[in-house]
Write a protein that binds this ligand. Sequence first.
Ligand SMILES: Cc1cc2nc3c(=O)[nH]c(=O)nc-3n(C[C@H](O)[C@H](O)[C@H](O)COP(=O)(O)O)c2cc1C
Length: 226
Amino acid sequence: MKVEVSINYNKMDERKGGKHTMIGQSCKTQEIKPKILYYGTPVILLNTLNEDGTVNISPISSSFALGDHIILGLGLGGKAIENLERHPECVINIPNPDLWENVERLAPFTGKNPVPDYKKEHGFLFQKDKYLTSGLSPIESISVKPSRIQECPLQIEAKVQHIRTPEYSSIFAIVETQALHVHAHEDIILSENYVDPRKWSPLIYNFRHYFSLGKELGKTFRAETL
Ligand SMILES: Cc1cc2nc3c(=O)[nH]c(=O)nc-3n(C[C@H](O)[C@H](O)[C@H](O)COP(=O)(O)O)c2cc1C
């Protein structure tokens, strides 16, 4: 079905009496059935503990933060969720755009052995040593067993508070974690307990392509830094 909605920003601007960057543009839409719906969220490298005490690294992009809680979306059948169910601790490492190739080196692998059939069909291979594969380096955590990734500017040690597999879907789990310690590279820290948004940029997973942030547009009324 083709639905066309046209918004005339000229009219809106006249009403508000202000300037609008979209002046003159129309916003016609078409209904689509997107093959991919990853609309641009930060990449995370999720460190979890394998049964033998080694560390698995899983690239993920489904996450959001609410206060000091971070909610993760994990596919069932991967090693990350298996590890978190057995050992409810993790490190949420947040890479910057410079690390996209290290992330992508991990992309075709799973820590699951044997590789589940659906992953095999998509070309996934088993890899135990994700540090070696990614070219990244481990550093010990303070309170959790999985190591942190030294090269990631933000490394968040977290404990799992709750894992939910929605009754309407058997393919993913929603994992609620709570941050215990936040480690930041010194060059992105602003006056002790803030991250400098002008020095830090996440790596964005945008419809399966990697991007960095563009230039700053402004700030919200609740921003606590200049
Ligand atoms: C950039 C990127 C983002 C991804 N986002 C997710 C995600 O949010 N959740 C998820 O379960 N898998 C995600 N994947 C797929 C997993 O990385 C993939 O299933 C991998 O095999 C997981 O490793 P594991 O089985 O060792 O945990 C993503 C992959 C890439 C490259």
